[in-house]
Design a protein around this ligand. Structure first.
Ligand code: CO8
Length: 260
């Protein structure tokens, strides 16, 4: 697959997806969102790909938000459709069943912060800035930012970030749980690739169930979520990977998981 605004690179079992509109700080316009949607669907189906990294082209931005040129001329019905279309793409990322690492190499604002939050894990360069500045445009977040941010950092901090629109540093983002790790900017991609390579060695079906159990479980009552976890636990016990993992432990050797 070759796209204009989304680049895809393969590094063994890792796929690196780069949002590539550096002249506008990788702002997400409609064609870019659609390319991202098609990329995620393709990588989800690709059995060779076990982990995905999402990053932005250039050194300045991960993604500086939805494309404001499009927002400036949107209609009420168009705005709703646009928001739903973006939410759909981000849902695909959150639930693709493989770990998706956001390598946040600079500004992650508005739709960019929402994209990072849809990813499974977030690594930020120490130079990155994250925020939901929509309020300054007379807007509100539309790609599920009000929901994912409050789930990640709690209602109070989410309210503050969205109401003030003031971006926060990577360090502050780590402190409040918005990113998992902060690394020196020059090391960001190497560290993201190393984390991806580590995850790529894990049992793919178990990783899929973990992502599913956490994502679905946080939306359920606790007791129901535990039942759901137990069902997935039963299912994972049917895999060759479970047999391999436990046998390898007992034989004091490294497991080789095949995703079966
Ligand atoms: N959309 C379009 N163009 C952008 C965007 C954007 N989000 N961000 C930056 N650009 C463009 C600039 O216009 C500029 O273009 P040009 O060179 O032609 O003047 C170029 O990128 C470089 O940007 P700056 O010159 O502004 O760079 P600075 O280093 O001075 O500033 C900032 C960097 C602080 C990141 C600044 O560019 C900025 O504030 N950008 C906008 C950030 C923002 O408000 N993002 C939120 C957008 S709204 C959103 O994401 C809503 C998501 C949900 C939508 C739901 C569907 C309707």
């Amino acid at each position: 697959m070759a796209f204009e605004n989304v680049l895809i690179e393969r590094d063994e079992a890792t796929a690196i997806v780069t949002i590539n509109r550096p002249k506008v700080l990788n702002a997400l316009n409609t064609p870019t969102l659609d390319e991202l949607r098609r990329t995620i669907l393709e990588l989800k189906q690709d059995g060779e790909v076990r982990v995905v990294i999402v990053t932005g082209a250039g050194e300045k931005a991960f993604v500086a938000g939805a494309d404001i040129n499009e927002l400036a001329v949107q209609t009420p019905t168009g705005g709703r459709e646009h928001a739903l279309a973006g939410q759909h793409v981000f849902d695909l990322i959150e639930n693709m069943g493989k770990p998706v690492i956001a390598a946040i190499n600079g500004y992650a604002l508005g739709g960019g912060c929402e994209l990072a939050m849809a990813c499974t894990l977030r690594l930020a360069a120490d130079t990155a800035k994250l925020g939901q500045p929509e309020i300054a445009l007379g807007l509100i977040p539309g790609y599920a930012g009000t929901q994912r941010l409050s789930r990640l950092v709690g209602k109070g901090k989410a309210m503050e970030m969205i109401l003030t629109g003031t971006p926060i540093t990577a360090e502050e983002a780590q402190r409040i749980g918005l990113v998992n790790r902060v690394v020196p900017a020059a090391e960001l991609m190497a560290q993201a690739r190393a984390l991806a390579a580590q995850l790529a060695k894990s049992a793919p079906i178990a990783m899929r169930y973990i992502i599913n159990a956490v994502n679905k479980g946080v939306e359920m009552p606790f007791a129901e979520a535990c039942q759901y976890e137990a069902t997935l636990f039963g299912l994972v016990a049917s895999t060759d990977d479970m047999k391999e993992g436990t046998a390898a432990f007992l034989a004091k050797r490294k497991p080789e998981f095949r995703g079966r």
